[in-house]
Write a protein that binds this ligand. Structure first.
Ligand code: MOS
Length: 774
């Protein structure tokens, strides 16, 4: 990837004109994109029955004989040294077999950081783990207690006495801005984007055609249903870890590096994950528990408490974003400036790439976009559903709404006048883009016509009623290296295997549909096995990339399998003498493209060859289509809500999301992805906020009592629809849908609050105090 990365970062787009268009060799679109057999139909989850019966075992539920339990002691200062640590009382507490501190922890290498240049790296918090007396953030683990029961471990952890020599710590965002730094790149894009002269265009615009405002979003923390957990055993020099992860292969490879053993000596299993959202990769807890298991010579389980998740697993960083828009009187954009600050400690890998949001959404002559990073002494911030785009769309889409109001142009019409014909920053052609169709379909379903453009003009008793809309967006990503093995057995059943991930999205369900259509098999003759690092290499379930990556891998494996089948078919087959490129999968076998009567089933081929099975592997190649085309999904989010004039309470009554994400592969699992994202967007809009005590870097909101996610009563009638236009450059025509659901929602809610009340709130969450403030 490093060559591709350099090409992008240095902006050498000319190189790309030589790259074949599309992801299949020769640039041909996927032949499956307009076939409708199993793909495109509603299919229930293959893992559903096991989950509803409670039979699916998650990382903290794996039975193991002689299992011991770990508990952590967390630092209470943000920076300094451990001056004294007294473990004697804890060591003699009932059931305790080990107290591990920096004084007795095994030597551990620093975890390799997640990044496109190393697909085998899973680290988020790139710091030494328990190797010295240094404290680097408030909440760092300073001691691990292992005991026979969880209660014994939890109790003994309270008996460890620590005295610190604190150093001055950097824990204040405002103070940190003064020495923020400006990185060269954000993910794989150049950070500062300058096109035309945006400052000049802004200064020259009429005051009425100009918006220049600062938007703020808070820290967010991960609150998966399943807290991070691992059950770990060493068998000699082999490390076996039942983990909850969205980075199986990279976790195995990274743990091997940390412990100085071979990759093959680490076995990570993670068939079911109870929600990940970007937060389930390799963090300190797996490393510490594995080290403790080694030292104690016993199997160890670590289950983080809600507070433990907050202290050890980073969240979405806070942002402060200035957005300035200038337009002519007709609403044509003349300038878009997007400048911002967010926290990224030097030991973090996550850029919180809100600066990428405004690069693709609207046509504009001049752009000036840059992000600045504030380095603080806090746990590494990390990816969280729609990283970058979730806060980025809040700022930009509120600003667009403000501009529409000033210009007295309908917000949808303003977007129509600025819908881009190609990538606004690079000029690259869209692979497929129908943002305004999503708006039109969504507006129709929602009843946008009923909206009054005049704020505070609808009322029901104490409730002010408002409507708002906003655009959501997320890029297409396909990861290289994702690998799959397809095995056909003697009965003609296909078995697909990959170290891929299931966090609740429907991975195996959809790829089973895919493999069935790819191989010309009925659904019940295909099984999919995922969630184990001993299977062919799996890139991460992140960046909404897994479906495209697996799609490309299954396609590649199916191509190799044709060669294998023809080889073992020999000469006594109707297919004799036909080249691999001249056959296709059809009716549980292969047939000649030129002469469809020449067909033989898999079962027949295997029987004649006296084979039990035949298999082939394939991998997702370099994602060249991402470089040549502008590939972004978009959505149009519509919100209707009420705001109480008495209490300032916001009740969202309706939320409609219309999505343009390429082809939808399974309406049932897709609906669940979109709705889940939109519900998370409601939390972002109204309640979610990590409370960080900036005096000492301590997070105060460490349970669901203080960190408010939407509950059933907060979630209104949700409707989702989609354009369902295949993207010819993406495997199966599908661009990925895991994250886009959250984007745009907070802006749609804020814009509806403005429409209801006339009050523009530029800081999330939209809590009562802000609404009631004079
Ligand atoms: Mo996603 S934030 O890449 O799981």
């Amino acid at each position: 990837m490093s060559k591709l990365q350099n090409a992008l970062v240095s902006g050498v787009r000319a190189v790309l004109s030589q790259v074949p268009a599309g992801w299949l060799p020769g640039g041909t679109p996927d032949p499956l994109i307009d076939k409708r057999v199993s793909l495109g139909t509603q299919q229930t989850r293959v893992d559903g029955p096991l989950k509803v019966r409670g039979a699916a075992r998650f990382a903290a539920e794996i039975p193991m004989s002689g299992l011991h339990y770990a508990a952590f002691v967390h630092s209470t200062i943000a920076r300094g040294q451990i001056a004294e640590i007294d473990t004697a009382v804890a060591e003699s507490a009932p059931g305790v077999c080990l107290v591990m501190t920096y004084r007795n922890a095994p030597k551990l290498a620093v975890v390799p950081p997640i990044g496109l240049s190393n697909l085998k790296a899973a680290g988020n918090n790139i710091l030494p783990v328990m190797q010295d007396a240094q404290v680097r953030w408030n909440g760092q683990v300073v001691a691990v207690v292992v005991a026979q029961t969880q209660d014994q471990a939890d109790h003994a952890a309270t008996l460890v006495k620590v005295r610190y020599d604190p150093d001055p710590a950097r824990t204040d965002f405002e103070a940190g801005k003064a020495h923020a730094h400006t990185p060269d790149s954000i993910l794989i894009e150049k950070n500062r984007l300058l096109k035309g002269n945006a400052s000049k265009a802004l200064a020259e615009a009429e005051a009425a055609c100009r918006v220049d405002a600062v938007y703020r979003t808070p820290w967010h923390n991960h609150n998966f249903i399943e807290p991070s957990a691992a059950t770990i055993v060493w068998e000699g020099e082999r490390l076996i870890i039942h983990d909850a992860t969205q980075m199986l292969s990279a976790t195995a490879a990274s743990l091997a590096k940390v412990f100085g053993i071979k990759e093959q000596q680490v076995h990570v299993k993670s068939p079911y994950v109870g929600g990940g959202f970007g937060g389930k990769a390799l963090w300190d807890h797996q490393i510490l528990a594995a080290a403790a298991a080694k030292l104690a010579a016993r199997p160890v389980r670590i289950v983080l408490s809600r507070a433990g998740v907050t202290r050890l697993i980073g969240g979405r960083t806070q942002t402060e974003q200035r957005v300035a828009l200038a337009a002519d009187a007709k609403g044509k954009l003349k300038a878009l400036l997007h400048h911002g600050y967010s926290v990224k400690p030097k030991h973090s890998v996550c850029d919180e790439q809100y600066g990428l949001t405004g690069r693709s959404l609207y046509a504009c002559d001049s752009l000036d976009i840059v992000q600045h990073h504030v380095d603080l002494d806090v746990v590494a911030n990390t990816f969280m559903r729609g990283p970058g785009e979730a806060p980025g769309t809040f700022a930009i889409e509120c600003a667009v709404d403000e501009l529409a109001h000033q210009l007295a142009i309908d917000p949808i019409e303003l977007r129509r006048r600025n819908a881009p014909e190609c990538d606004p920053a690079t000029g690259a052609p869209h692979s497929q883009s129908a943002m305004m169709l999503a708006y039109d379909q969504g507006a129709e379903r929602f009843g946008w016509k009923r909206r009054s453009p005049v704020p505070r003009s609808r009322r029901k008793g104490e409730w002010l009623v408002g409507m708002g809309c906003a655009t959501g967006t997320f890029p297409y990503v396909r990861m290289p290296g994702m690998s799959v093995r397809i095995t056909l057995d003697a009965r003609g059943f296909a078995h697909v295997a990959s170290a891929a991930h299931e966090m609740g999205m429907g991975t195996a369900t959809v790829q089973r549909q895919h493999a069935a259509d790819r191989l010309g098999l009925p659904l019940d003759k295909v099984s999919v096995e995922i969630g184990d690092s001993s299977l062919p290499f799996g890139s991460f379930a992140g960046g909404s990339s897994q479906t495209a990556s697996l799609g490309a891998a299954i396609s590649a494996a199916s191509s190799s399998l044709v060669g294998e089948l023809l080889r073992i078919a020999g000469n006594d087959t109707p297919l004799a003498g036909i080249r691999a490129s001249e056959v296709e999968y059809f009716a549980e076998g292969l047939r000649s493209r030129a002469d469809p009567r020449r067909h033989e089933t898999f079962a027949s081929i295997l029987k004649r060859a006296r084979r039990d099975d035949v298999s082939a592997t394939g991998a997702s190649g370099a994602p060249l289509e991402m470089l040549k085309f502008a590939m972004h999904s978009t959505s149009a989010i519509f919100c209707e809500l009420r705001v109480s004039e008495v209490t300032g309470e916001v009740r969202v009554d309706r939320l409609v999301g219309a999505f343009d994400c390429g082809r939808i592969l399974n309406p049932q699992t897709a609906t669940s992805q979109f709705k889940g994202g939109m519900i998370m967007g409601l939390g972002m809009a109204l309640t979610e906020e990590t409370l960080l005590d900036e005096r000492n870097g301590r997070i105060m909101s460490t349970s669901l009592a203080e960190y408010h996610v939407p509950v059933h009563l907060d979630v209104p009638e949700l409707e989702v629809l989609w354009t369902d236009i295949p993207d010819p450059r993406a495997p199966l025509g599908a661009r990925g849908i895991g994250e886009i659901g959250i984007t745009g929602v907070a802006a749609a809610v804020a814009n509806a609050v403005f429409n209801a009340t006339g009050k523009r709130i530029r800081q999330l969450p939209l809590t009562l105090d802000k609404i009631l403030a004079p």
